[in-house]
Design a binder for this molecule. Structure first.
Ligand SMILES: Cc1cc2nc3c(=O)[nH]c(=O)nc-3n(C[C@H](O)[C@H](O)[C@H](O)COP(=O)(O)OP(=O)(O)OC[C@H]3O[C@@H](n4cnc5c(N)ncnc54)[C@H](O)[C@@H]3O)c2cc1C
Length: 295
């Protein structure tokens, strides 16, 4: 089956589908070419249909949340990009909540606060969705999604929804088995605890230290053990270093910002320059935290 045949079946099922969708509009970096096919299923059953049709037709697919941790290449993406933005819904109780994968994190923080818990406030300022944040194990120093996830419902190897316990999710530093295996997160159950985080204070701190308001994908590199990637890049005198329209942020050296119209190739070249200089200066290899998506 071809993408055109999958598109026909999706449209027949009432699922919105578009050819040649520019991906820059769907990422916080505002770069990237077009996806051959793009759809935004509006319900879990529609999403399962999309996944089944792609699998049956051997059409590769990439699941996209808020696009805040990805860098698409200028050539775009072959096959289908499935946006989770319309998969919404939160059910909350006094002990925790169950959030659909496409829910933006601010909604999750607000739903927890309505139940009297500020324990999910640590997620303030992370511009992701529940699904993308579970897959990347998003968080801040000392606290991440893995610490609050009770279970995650995914479409795994078979096209059936299954519930995974945290021990089955293989969470690590900004990674998980969910991401490695390309499982599709449908929803996550998050539990409240006694920790208290003040979202307003965290947002104020972010505004003071990060280039909020400029197009970026957050931290480009993972922190090496016992080190800060940002501090290493800063000490290597790369803050503000600019290549075309891509710049190592003047505010936070581990952010690369798109000054407007940067290409993915420019950003990748800048990443290489930063890596090389940090390695030559400190003999430390920096690993990417942002996901470069090609092909
Ligand atoms: C200004 C800024 C600040 C940031 N600060 C932080 C921070 O403090 N801590 C932090 O950890 N991150 C931070 N990030 C990075 C990013 O916001 C997080 O990684 C976020 O959790 C990614 O979620 P997303 O929905 O945007 O995922 P996307 O970028 O859309 O996708 C990321 C990965 O998750 C996968 N994915 C997305 N949705 C699903 C799903 N439903 N099922 C399965 N896989 C899925 C994608 O295929 C991809 O592999 C920041 C980014 C920005 C721009």
């Amino acid at each position: 089956m071809t993408l055109a045949a999958v598109a026909r079946d999706l449209r027949a099922a009432g699922i919105e589908f578009r050819f040649d969708e520019p991906l820059a509009a769907h990422t916080t970096f505002r770069v990237g070419g077009s996806a051959d096919g793009y759809c935004e299923p509006g319900s879990v059953s529609a999403l399962i249909d999309v996944v089944r049709l792609c699998q049956r037709g051997a059409v590769p697919f990439f699941v996209l949340g808020a696009g805040s941790n990805v860098l698409f290449s200028d050539e775009g993406r072959r096959g289908m990009v499935i946006s989770m933005r319309a998969i919404r819904g939160i059910t909350a109780s006094s002990t925790g909540l169950d959030a659909a994968a496409g829910e933006p994190l601010p909604n999750v923080i607000a739903a927890a606060e309505e139940q009297g818990s500020r324990s999910l406030g640590f997620l303030a300022g992370i511009p992701g969705t529940v699904g993308g944040s579970a897959a990347t194990n998003a968080g801040i120093p000392g606290r991440a999604m893995a610490d609050v996830i009770e279970s995650v419902t995914v479409i795994g190897d078979a096209d059936q929804a299954v519930q995974l316990a945290p021990s089955e999710c293989g969470f690590g530093y900004r990674t998980s088995r969910i991401r490695d295996r390309r499982f599709v997160v449908l929803s996550a159950k998050l539990r409240f605890d006694e920790q208290v985080y003040d979202p307003a204070a965290l947002l104020t701190r972010r505004r003071a230290t990060q280039p909020i308001g400029q197009a970026s994908a957050g931290c480009i590199f993972r922190n090496p053990p016992g080190e800060s990637a940002g501090a290493l890049i800063d000490r290597a005198e790369l803050k503000g270093f600019t290549l075309g329209q891509a710049q190592v942020s003047e505010k936070h050296a581990n952010f690369i910002v798109n000054l407007g119209g940067a290409s993915s190739a420019e950003i990748c070249k800048l990443i290489d320059i930063v890596r090389q200089k940090v390695y030559n200066t400190y003999q430390v290899s920096l690993d990417l935290e942002v996901e470069v998506v090609t092909g």
